[in-house]
Ligand binder design. Sequence first.
Ligand SMILES: Nc1ncnc2c1ncn2[C@@H]1O[C@H](COP(=O)(O)OP(=O)(O)OP(=O)(O)O)[C@@H](O)[C@H]1O
Ligand SMILES: [Mg+2]
Length: 320
Amino acid sequence: MTEAILSVRNLRRHFAVRGPFNRRIGSIKAVDDVSFDLMPGEIFGLVGESGCGKSTLGKTIMGIHRPNGGEIWFGGQQIDLLLAAGQRAVRRNLQYAYQDPGASLDPRWKIGRSLHEPLIIHTALDQAEREAGIRKILEAVGLPGTHLDLYPHEISGGQQRRVGLARILTLHPKVVILDEPTSGLDVSVQATVLSLFRSLRETFQLTYIFISHDLAVIRMMCSRVAVMYLGRIVEMGPTDVIFDRPQHPYTKSLLAAIPKIGGVRVTRDFWLRGEPPDPGNLPSGCRFRTRCPKAVDRCAREEPALEATGCQSVACFFPG
Ligand SMILES: Nc1ncnc2c1ncn2[C@@H]1O[C@H](COP(=O)(O)OP(=O)(O)OP(=O)(O)O)[C@@H](O)[C@H]1O
Ligand SMILES: [Mg+2]
């Protein structure tokens, strides 16, 4: 069996909620006991409503946030235990493309400087070697060399995304976390960016974690998908299986919310009741129960674990 390139075990990242005088009055469990394996070369989708913890999960894997618990394994090493210098060396292999493409580019720097900077930090290449590498990667992401002399505000959102990608790729990572890589792009640009991700995956032998709340894009791009709800994975499995035979009521309601051509929806029998609960004050037991049409007393007492049913895993006492 192929070994996972990245493994996440029982990962937690909680944020303190502070009241008057900066007193801690609670916590938001943005990532709460998340486990999965990422296989080499795959595109693993992470989907869920705004605020369910997708970006926090990506940033915690990347070391941008410190985990509150759990383990992150890469290449046989538990990377969250490494000291700072060791982490920097290993984390070069893992890169995170920010949800907001402008956020990773300094507005006062020309694109060229933004692309040189990671190479100055992480490698011993001289100016000419860096320049040659950058121009090659710029070409791979479909941007002309003349862009090196422009400022971020002088290029479009789609081009900023390509620059963000180029910046990551100069370091030759193995795993790239793409956070909402198509948000804010119009449909035609989306299509070209998606096919760019596919060809870059081939050229640079990349493995992607693909974060999106756009189910159509997830279906098109990902071989496997995990559905998150308030910090937890509630369902995970091959994309086709999840889309054709969702087992968790939350996945069913997400899919039911996709408008189909002619206004006909995929399923009519599930819908999301009410508002999501306050993430700082989660319901007891199953955190989806307050919006679930199937909820019974047991759901308020016990939290369902993510368990395999066939080729997918579901965290629900009444799957199907
Ligand atoms: N730095 C932070 N400090 C405090 N709370 C945070 C921080 N970052 C995220 N959160 C909270 O953690 C939860 C998860 O946020 P996150 O950004 O991971 O969600 P998301 O799934 O990426 O949402 P979106 O689809 O809108 O990008 C939210 O309740 C959010 O308010
Ligand atoms: Mg996000």
